[in-house]
Design a protein around this ligand. Sequence first.
Ligand code: XMP
Length: 524
Amino acid sequence: MSIDIHHERLLVIDFGSQYTQLIARRIREAGVYCEIHPFDVTDAFVTEFNPRGVVLSGGPESVTEGWTPRIPEAIFLLDVPLLGICYGMHAMAEQLGGRVAGSDEREFGHAKVAVEEGMDLLAELPGLDGSELDVWMSHGDKVVELPEGFAVGAGTTSAPIAAMVNPQRRWYGVQFHPEVTHTQDGAEILRRFAREICGCTGLWTPENIIEEAVAAVQALVGPDGKVVLGLSGGVDSSVVAALLSRAIGERLTCVFVDNGLLRLGEREEVEKTFRPSNVLSLNLVTVDAADEFLSNLKGLTDPEDKRKAIGATFIDVFDREAHRIEDVAWLAQGTIYPDVIESAASGFGKAHVIKSHHNVGGLPERMKLKLVEPLRELFKDEVRKVGLALGLPREMVFRHPFPGPGLGVRILGEVRKDYADTLRRADAIFIEELRNADYYDRVSQAFTVFLPVRSVGVVGDARRYAYVIALRAVETIDFMTARWARLPYDLIGHVSDRIMNEISEVSRVVYDVSSKPPATIEWE
Ligand code: XMP
């Protein structure tokens, strides 16, 4: 009988902070399972969830302004440690009889707090300078009167109660954000809360996650259930493939669709990685559907029309292929935890969330297959760790994201095969040089874009009019905002030389210096 790794769990109550997911990630990194739920969960849910401790997130609102979100009363009845962060601390203070006030001296950004004796959450942290800790603040309100049973845990000159503690109940509040990297020892503070204060032992490890996911899939699909998976070569579907291969072996069929819009050598790489070996046993079907995709894209210039055509063609091809598998009853998808939380937050309902950006919406309904989503509980960094632990190659696990419509949204306007071939070659040069210069892992996403305009160049004595390639590289944490990557000029120059020398269809290379917003990462 294997251990239940969800047994020790924390509850993260979300008050709408942009950092809530970071709190959960830090706790998981400390080896403790936790889930994020909105502040308006019912008391019955809280009791049923039975956490070992609760973290109350920050939030944009002010408890001083009438009706704002409050902590479910059931949380105070649980008799487990609590940690209120920023707004979570304010709500805690307010609801327990203390007082919160707006502040004229707003403390945003870096601040130094002086830690009081008896604040075990912050005591003897490695980064303490005397009693002072460098922290990150981002709220104007502050606690001005402690609730009964609480003592000051840390203070700054303008916020004398920057942290508070009720040692009997093990309830803590911090005005600053331990979950962001700007707070010195922030990860250690959350680890200490989860492990030492809540007493969790650290069951949430990649090996345990795999063991449990394998058992769960086996129980779900039964001894004969067959599963089909659309393998894109991206991180999520690759990890699903490796996990299912371990759980059900050849009862898994992976369908890899070559849509003609893939990167150079991508198909060969996927075929190499997923060929049967001592770590993997599965059926891999590669479908060469490039002509079908290109013919459906003919004449289309509008980006959304192109996306729709690519999505619809994918569904056709995949459905056709899946029907060839006898008795298949299950469809596997690489839905991950942020997809689940985000869809729930937007009122989508949690039951059947389809990976929103995946361009295969509608597939499960059309195919009448039941869903297997073994990564539903995992953050991206956990998916990667699981992938490595399953033996997937590092280059695959740390690949930059590649959009579902592939090069289709990187060829501006109409997609043509010769354009795609040119773009593929340019892209391969850029990526190869980034890897050679050790920049691939330092940027979040890098690619080339094909501009179907002709620009003049000279070769020897002759002028030639050829196409333009744009290089794009960005740095980002969440892909919602992004900064153009400051690549060294020499590197850009070298990539440009190679592209123009090696690809006669290109006469000019430009570097994209637009950040998001207002620009997006992709060009279409
Ligand atoms: P944008 O261009 O919106 O990109 O700033 C943000 C991230 O999403 C990816 N992206 C897509 N992924 N289908 C996908 O699967 C799409 O249609 C699509 N459009 C953009 C983009 O590559 C970046 O990582």
